[in-house]
Design a protein around this ligand. Structure first.
Ligand SMILES: *Cc1c(COP(=O)(O)O)cnc(C)c1O
Length: 481
């Protein structure tokens, strides 16, 4: 312990250890394919390797980094492996990681404009850039009636959208009266589970969330939505919110946003569009059809932390009428009062989401966009879509396998023709082999394998090897017909 720093690490020590961490991360990416993609750790195994109690005396940083290697890596599922095809990607890139480092280094708390103007203004600017980059409706620009904000997740964006919808439908009076049990919300049977969670949290209740059936492409049927709204109105309910999904998690279904939007507009219902993974595709003009009708939306979100090389967490949430959102979320205790807020000339993002405190997340987005440029981002998204389409064509040509859903973008839902047990067996074998990581879903009541191409470094050889492993796993089980 030195006089000057007490127990703290000195800048000089940080310089040394920090460089070792950067080296460690770079090495990790170079050897990432040598690890089993899915962690093979058993429940409790990682904890059992840790000391029972915290150390009395501080330890050396070298010992900590060694323990990351020895104790932590065995319990890591390698999300950044090019052989990771499970769930949806949560990809990252070196520019993003460095933005995250700087954000941690600055240690800024951006709850108000006044608590760090650059944190707010860079964020507003990045979200305006993205409106142009994805060709989103102009009303989502901060210079129009709306604007965007970075949230931690799509789940929280959808919750905020539902809260604003609830307030708008009750003339902002639900906080005086309480929820009366009459409000109803709608989404498709294929929507993400976060919509049900939002309905629970917002006081709508999962019972009052109507799950509208989908067509053979797993997209919401607008006629059924219209009919359900009519039934609810006749029964004295107040329809307040519809969530359409662009790229459902199970099947990459794309809801017809325009037809749904026309229904919402006729009934003055808030339309939220959840494009968590698939929204990124709109970087490419030829894929922008996924957003057809988005001008009807009151709110929209997508996750750069899924498919846009920006490490978790980073969800972009847009509203067409920021006043509705702010009126819903705003509270102003004395200790947060300040001149800038009162002047009305600044954005205070604390009024745009649930929590007060917020990290400087726009930095990593800024770095990613500047490093790749729009061209670079488009190149990689196109490549992923191309690889997925190639994989889909192999499935189509193989008589043992079938596609279980259309493949509009980068997710392939497919299955072996001989039934659930076979598919479960293929999945278990592959994931235990460590060569790749796939997950499953149920479509039309049948166990279905999902392969999503979206990792930063996934290339043709990885996808070819995945297909070859899948076919081998099917053969080893002697299931091939
Ligand atoms: C992944 C996903 C979500 C949840 O994303 P979080 O950001 O983790 O909350 C919601 N909706 C869809 C369509 C998704 O694909």
């Amino acid at each position: 312990m030195s006089e000057k720093s007490g127990f703290h690490m000195t800048p000089e020590e940080f310089r040394r250890h920090g460089k070792a961490v950067v080296d460690w991360i770079a090495d990790y990416y170079e050897r990432i394919e040598s690890y089993p993609v899915m962690s093979q750790a058993k429940p409790g195994e990682i904890r059992a390797s840790l000391p029972k109690s915290a150390p009395q005396k501080g330890e050396s940083f070298d010992a900590m980094l060694r323990d990351v290697e020895k104790l932590i890596l065995p319990g890591i599922t390698h999300w950044q492996s090019p052989n990771f095809f499970a769930f949806f990607p949560s990809n990252t890139s070196f520019p993003s990681i460095m933005g995250e480092m700087l954000s941690a280094g600055l240690g800024v708390q951006g709850m108000l404009w006044a608590t760090s103007p650059a944190c707010t203004e860079l964020e507003t600017h990045m979200l305006d850039w993205l409106v142009e980059m994805l060709d989103l409706p102009g009303k989502f620009l901060s210079t129009s009636t709306g604007g965007g904000v970075i949230q931690d997740t799509a789940s929280n964006s959808s919750l905020c959208a539902l809260l604003a919808a609830r307030e708008r439908a009750t003339n902002y009076a639900s906080n005086e009266r309480g929820c009366d049990g009459k409000l109803v919300a709608y989404t498709s049977s294929q929507a993400h589970s976060s919509i049900e969670k939002a309905a629970k949290i917002a006081g709508i209740g999962s019972k009052n969330l109507r799950l509208i059936e989908v067509d053979e492409d797993f997209a919401m049927r607008p006629q059924l939505l219209a009919a359900q709204i009519q039934r609810d109105l006749a029964a004295g309910h107040t329809p307040c919110f519809v969530c359409a999904t662009v790229g459902t998690t199970s099947s990459n279904g794309i809801d017809p946003v325009r037809a749904i939007g026309e229904i919402c507009r006729a009934h003055k219902i808030w339309l939220h569009v959840d494009a968590a993974m698939s929204g990124t595709a709109a970087l490419c003009p030829e894929l922008r059809w996924i957003h057809e009708g988005l001008e009807f939306a009151d709110s929209y979100c997508f996750n750069p932390h899924k498919w846009m090389f920006t490490n978790f967490d980073c969800d972009c949430f847009y509203v067409a009428d920021r006043a509705a959102l702010i009126r819903t979320m705003s509270v102003l205790p004395e200790y947060l009062r300040n001149k800038a807020t009162e002047s009305g000339a600044v954005i205070d993002y604390r009024d745009w989401h649930v929590q007060l405190g917020r990290r400087f997340r726009a930095l990593k987005l800024w770095f990613v966009i500047r490093h790749y440029g729009i061209e670079g981002l488009r190149h990689h998204v196109r490549r992923h879509v191309e690889l997925a389409q190639q994989f889909a064509s192999w499935v189509r040509e193989d008589s043992d396998f079938e596609l279980a859903a259309p493949v509009p973008l980068n997710l392939i839902c497919f299955r072996h023709r001989s039934g659930d047990a076979t598919n479960q067996d293929i999945l278990d074998r592959l994931n235990q082999s460590g060569a790749l990581y796939l997950t499953h879903t149920k479509l039309d009541g049948k166990l279905t394998l999902r392969l999503c191409v979206g990792q930063t470094s996934t290339e043709l050889p990885h996808v070819e090897r995945a297909w070859s492993h899948i076919r081998q796993a099917a053969r080893r089980g002697a299931y091939s017909s």
